[in-house]
Ligand binder design. Structure first.
Ligand SMILES: *Cc1c(COP(=O)(O)O)cnc(C)c1O
Length: 465
């Protein structure tokens, strides 16, 4: 089947055409053209196959999204049926379509009770652009149009559009875009290993300190000018940074104190990743807005959106007037039909409960064992997301010299051994599909162990230790 679908071109043909015409996201084009892309041709369950026939354990769920695994028939059927019935219609001109209505209804049922409304977008980045527009619209309608400033965090990730990258705290992205756009300011992240350890604070003391940085920033900007605070419950692209338990309740208290909207970017943590439907439930916050994308369709088709809590929705609806914002694909019927099928499947398979009670705790146990490895400093996990920090000296937790880029060495071994694990700074991170079984988690841990051993052998041989 693969042969006929791809008309029998060889890996080298694909790589040559890829290098000739396809500019990849977040890629050094020159370096990729020199090495050639890996051509992924097929997926089933938690595994992928490449054009050379190698099987790969996809411990990143595609890009944090293929939560129900590859080749799930209910999603395929939903897309096929909707394509036949009505592949597209918009929601601009007093029109709506059944799949968009059904998905909005289902999301309202699954989200915390303050959420009864949803605004659809095509991706996580677009959803965060919508956040910027919507919170400013809200405050204008509330008669406080000067409330423009949105506070976010360094090393947060909120997408790659102008607003998404501005909300994000990735200096390399800001540099290339003349960003952030006006009205977006950043505070430090709740990353104990990076900041708290150096300050000599316990994790929980540090959580309170990191939340205090929000209050300091609010007072610096002037509370009357602050519209919202946005954060990921667990930072994903930043390296699976699991905050101390004390952090989010304190953030909530500070937002409440100054009447600031709280936005939970749940593009990764939504729909079961943390063992709850939404990460805000895991960490005990009551956000006013939630952004989602990725896992809402398990990545089968692009879709994103904003869950709008009653505090904001009531004002937007009751004060009237047009909200001059939206996308051609807001409420795309095929995407929404797949979203409905995906969320029903997650519910039917009880994946959220399984992550909470079974696979999440089991992965935490496997990670505690990996902590014994001579290269591993800290391990963290939350539901089915995990991180290992690589260190040069386990006694002192001293990192490797930055020019060695030890995590990229490790990632190279993962590539060669049929495991997709991602490198961020000196952290190795995973987020396997929510359908992963205990036996498959054992397989993942064994592959990680082997790749760490190979990395250690390199470090020993090359005198990096
Ligand atoms: C991936 C991601 C985004 C951006 O989503 P895109 O669909 O790539 O635009 C935004 N926020 C978070 C937390 C993400 O992980």
């Amino acid at each position: 089947m693969t042969e006929s679908l791809y008309r029998g071109r060889t890996t080298r043909d694909w790589q040559a055409a890829d290098a000739a015409h396809f500019l990849h996201p977040f890629t050094d084009f020159k370096a990729l053209a020199a090495r050639g892309a890996r051509i992924v041709t097929r997926g089933e369950g938690i595994y992928l196959w490449d054009s050379e026939g190698q099987r790969i354990f996809d411990a990143m769920s595609g890009l944090w999204c293929v939560n129900v695994g590859y080749r799930q028939q209910p999603l395929i059927d939903a897309a096929t049926r909707q394509m036949q019935e009505l592949p597209f219609y918009n929601a601009f001109f007093q029109t709506s379509t059944p799949p968009a209505i059904e998905l909005a209804e289902l999301l309202a049922e699954l989200a915390p009770p303050q959420f009864q409304h949803v605004f659809f977008a095509g991706s996580g980045s677009e959803s965060n652009d919508t956040i910027v527009r919507m919170v400013r619209r809200y405050w204008a309608l509330m008669g406080q149009p000067q409330r423009q400033v949105i506070i976010s965090r360094w090393n947060g990730y909120h997408g790659s559009t102008m607003a998404g990258a501005s909300l994000g705290g990735m200096p390399g992205m800001h540099e290339q875009g003349g960003l952030p756009i006006p009205g977006i300011v950043h505070i430090h992240q709740p990353h104990w290993w990076e900041h708290g350890r150096r300050l000599g604070l316990s994790r929980e003391q540090f959580g309170l300190q990191a939340a205090q940085w929000l209050e300091d920033k609010i007072l610096e900007v002037g509370p009357e000018n602050v519209a919202a605070f946005i954060g990921e419950p667990v930072q994903g692209a930043g390296g699976v940074i699991v905050p101390p338990e004390s952090y989010w309740p304190e953030i909530q208290r500070i937002c409440d104190r100054y009447g600031i909207l709280l936005v939970s970017d749940e593009v990764i943590t939504g729909f079961g990743r943390t063992g709850q439907w939404f990460g805000c439930e895991r960490f005990g916050t009551r956000p006013d807005l939630i952004t989602f994308a990725k896992g809402v369709t398990s990545g089968y088709v692009p879709l994103g959106g904003v869950m709008v809590g009653q505090r904001v929705a009531q004002v937007l609806i009751e004060k009237g007037g047009e909200f001059t914002h939206g996308y051609t694909y807001s409420g795309h019927p095929v995407a929404c039909a797949v979203g409905v099928a995906n969320l029903r499947l997650i519910r039917e398979l009880k994946l959220v409960e399984r992550v909470r009670d079974e696979t999440g705790p089991y992965m935490a146990e496997l990670y505690r064992q990996l902590q014994e490895h001579p290269l591993v400093g800290e391990v963290q996990s939350c539901g089915l997301m995990g991180a290992l920090t690589l260190v040069r000296d386990k006694g002192t937790n001293e990192p490797f010299a930055p020019e060695i880029d030890i995590a990229m060495v490790c990632r190279g071994h993962c590539f060669g051994n049929g495991l997709i694990m991602r490198a961020v700074g000196d952290r190795m991170i995973v987020a396997p599909p929510l359908v992963v079984t205990r036996a498959q988690l054992d397989e993942m841990a064994a592959l990680i162990q082997r790749c760490l051993d190979l990395t250690l052998a390199d470090a020993t041989r090359n005198g990096w230790l």
